[in-house]
Design a binder for this molecule. Structure first.
Ligand SMILES: Cc1cc2nc3c(=O)[nH]c(=O)nc-3n(C[C@H](O)[C@H](O)[C@H](O)COP(=O)(O)OP(=O)(O)OC[C@H]3O[C@@H](n4cnc5c(N)ncnc54)[C@H](O)[C@@H]3O)c2cc1C
Length: 468
């Protein structure tokens, strides 16, 4: 059901004007390009108003007004969702959190940071690092995504293997509930066993249960050094065995990433003369990061890692210690997205996570789906977490709707779940992955999720159409 109307109610607008500065309210019809979509949706959705509140109190009043006029609200952070979470699929009001952008406190004694939800992730990371502290969850989208969006999607990053996901750092949240009440969900302490864990209910809730307005994050000491090991492999089997040898060994990398041969080839063509020296550009690639405070210990760990994988490798091992050396080794990984979009191509990213022990079986099944359905699929990503970006690449966005492509996507989800995996390792469910929820979860789980949504948001006005 689309709630959006061509002629927004004048009463509704007057009510908004009474609580928000009119300069922070704009007509949706002229803004669809920028706010009517996110990074997943291939179209712009129409909506009535964009509102950019400046405080939780203002949001609470807006929510009450929307309740009164039955207007749906889509909470929005940086709009970088790749699962369709921030797209206003039911029109109504887009609530951008971009003006809630203050770092309220960095407390070096308690090792916490208190931020408004609209702080850009990269800015937060830099500010805490200036105090020798570390917020390790830095998604590749950190330059555009907001902390509130990271929490709402329970986002991860390349070093999630060692440091976990957003959920592992959230201590306390200020949330505007769908009825306009404001609550704090936890405490600003590193331990807390008081009451239901509502903090974790809101982490990953993708804006369907309320609007997160402030976030209290745990910080950790920043490791002084980070080294990278890169190695090439002749086939998937050797590559995946190398990953398992490392994860089984007890050494503790901060990241283990893999890139299949198809993605490497494509990216090598894209980079052409800018290809990293020492890499052939036509073999599957393994990248392993180690961090810590002692260069001698890190050297020892690199040596141990090399010993574990050397008989499986095809070519030399490469080590990066300086920022420039590391950037070179990570260049292929960081340019896959660009390579996949060459020549106006588009892709759909399926970010299933499977148990690491099933990595090889999963990748082999994806290869056979790719051949059978005759669709190009690049597989790469966070192998240490079993979380792969399985990118289905096609010529134009309408091709993503083609039967053979949908069938390929359906089959990938099915085999991932059959192998004990999860629909999404870090991108969330949003709109795109919603139809696959029954593959993973029982009817009782799904009914309970709907019941929780209904208790909090009986009119289904906060980010309707997502997850449940
Ligand atoms: C190039 C690129 C690289 C990426 N790399 C990664 C990566 O490494 N790891 C990763 O996990 N993801 C990655 N992503 C996906 C995306 O960036 C993350 O999901 C990110 O956390 C979304 O943050 P955002 O601020 O852009 O949120 P948005 O896209 O604006 O919103 C995401 C969801 O959260 C809800 N929401 C936003 N703010 C709030 C709030 N304050 N309260 C309640 N709900 C809210 C929205 O309604 C929506 O459902 C990448 C995306 C791109 C385009």
């Amino acid at each position: 059901m689309n709630f959006s109307s061509d002629t927004p109610s004048p009463d509704f607008l007057s009510a908004l004007h009474a609580v928000c500065n009119p300069k922070n309210i704009e007509l949706g019809s002229v803004l669809n390009e920028s706010y009517g979509r996110d990074e997943a949706t291939k179209r712009n959705y129409t909506f009535d108003y964009l509102v950019k509140p400046v405080s939780a109190l203002e949001i609470a009043e807006i929510v009450k007004i929307c309740n009164h006029y039955n207007i749906p609200i889509t909470p929005r952070g940086g709009g970088s969702s790749v699962s369709g979470g921030a797209s206003p699929v039911n029109g109504g009001l887009v609530l951008s959190t971009e003006n809630l952008n203050k770092i309220i406190e960095i407390n070096t004694l308690d090792k916490i940071v208190v931020v408004e939800c609209g702080v850009v992730t990269e800015h937060l990371c830099k500010k805490v690092e200036e105090k020798n502290l570390y917020f390790p969850i830095r998604p590749s989208s950190a330059a555009i995504s907001f902390v509130g969006g990271n929490v709402a999607h329970n986002s991860g990053s390349i070093n999630s293997l060692k440091y976990g996901s957003a959920k592992d750092y959230v201590l306390n949240l200020e949330v505007v509930l769908p009825n306009g009440e404001i609550i704090w969900t936890g405490a600003n302490t590193s331990k807390n066993s008081s009451g239901l864990n509502l903090t974790q209910l809101f982490v990953g809730s993708e804006g369907i249960l309320g609007i997160i307005t402030k976030v209290v994050l745990k910080l950790i000491p920043k490791p002084k050094y980070e080294y990278t090991l890169a190695a090439e492999f002749g086939d998937l089997k050797a590559l995946c065995h190398a990953v398992l040898s490392i994860t089984e060994s007890g050494i503790s990398p901060s990241a283990i990433e893999i890139i299949d041969e198809f993605a490497v080839n494509l990216t090598a063509d894209f980079l052409a003369a800018k290809m990293p020296v020492g890499l052939s550009g036509n073999k599957a690639l393994l990248l392993v990061n180690f961090d810590g405070n002692s260069p001698a210990l890190l050297d020892e760990v690199l040596e141990n890692c090399y010993e574990l994988i050397k008989d499986l490798m095809s070519g030399d091992v490469l080590i990066g210690k300086t920022p420039t050396q590391k950037e070179e080794l990570w260049k292929i990984r960081m340019n896959i997205g660009g390579a996949l979009m060459q020549g106006s191509k588009v892709y759909r990213d399926v970010d299933i996570a499977v148990p690491v022990s099933k990595l090889l079986a999963f990748m082999e099944s994806v290869k056979s789906i790719s051949e059978h359905q005759r669709v190009n699929i690049a597989c790469f990503g966070h192998a240490g977490n079993g979380n792969l970006h399985t990118m289905i690449s096609v010529d134009k966005s309408s091709d993503l709707e083609a039967k053979y492509v949908i069938e390929a996507i359906d089959q990938i989800y099915k085999i991932g779940i059959e192998m004990g995996g999860t629909i999404s390792g870090e991108h969330g469910i949003g709109m795109l992955q919603k139809k696959y929820m029954p593959l993973q979860y029982s009817e009782s789980y799904l009914n309970l999720s709907k019941a929780i949504k209904k208790v909090l948001d009986p009119k289904n006005l906060i980010n309707p159409g997502k997850i449940v």
